[in-house]
Write a protein that binds this ligand. Structure first.
Ligand code: SF4
Ligand code: SF4
Length: 193
């Protein structure tokens, strides 16, 4: 589709601006799970950004992120901290008046970023989290804290940890899943997808 132009020749339709379009990136996002996210339907109303629970920390709000994916502005999107700050709460998706699923768009972009070997504090946290889940089948929070933040992080949280343990919210000893074989089978299946 040709981009619309105003009377002196400047393109006015931002979403089909051929000069900024990198179809390859958009195709990658679609292939990574964004095919049902209705990316093209975004009308830039900003409702998603208005409800985002972590918007104040993000460098790209969901509205901008969807626009950049439409345009194929891969560099900004792949380096955005929003990928790692999104909590997948789905508020953006549930409020979108056009049926766009920004949360799924972010998940798809995140998968591309991980495949491309992007390393940061969040990817390190995710790696440790997955390793521990594979090891025990269930998370033992103090172990996660020690591996991620070291002994200082653990000491800083001792008071809170004790409070949680007294209220039965945190076990002082590692738990185990009931059927580790079944759990491992499910994990292997998920990894093959
Ligand atoms: S709420 Fe939907 S249509 Fe509006 S900016 Fe966000 S994704 Fe686009
Ligand atoms: S799913 Fe992510 S982007 Fe959407 S509202 Fe929640 S934190 Fe924000």
């Amino acid at each position: 589709m040709a981009a619309k132009k105003c009377f002196f020749g400047i393109k006015t339709d931002r979403q089909v601006d051929g000069d900024k379009m990198n179809r390859l990136f958009l195709d990658q996002v679609l292939a990574e799970g964004g095919e049902n996210a209705a990316i093209a339907a975004c009308m830039q109303c900003g409702t998603c950004s208005g409800g985002c629970t972590n918007a104040d920390l993000m460098d790209l709000l969901p509205r901008s992120l969807v626009l950049m994916v439409q345009r194929g502005e891969w560099e900004k999107v792949l380096n955005s901290n929003s990928l790692w700050l999104c909590t997948s709460c789905q508020i953006c998706t549930s409020r979108c008046p056009r049926g766009v699923q920004p949360a799924d768009v972010i998940e798809a972009v995140k998968a591309i970023a991980i495949r491309q070997g992007i390393n940061n504090d969040s990817t390190r946290f995710n790696q440790i989290f997955v390793e521990l889940i594979k090891k025990r089948g269930i998370l033992f929070e103090p172990e996660l804290m020690q591996k991620y933040g070291g002994i200082e992080a653990m000491l800083a949280q001792v008071k809170l940890g004790m409070k949680l343990a007294f209220k039965g919210k945190l076990s002082p000893l590692p738990a185990k899943v009931q059927e580790p074989e079944k759990f491992n089978q499910a994990l292997t299946k998920a990894e093959q997808k």
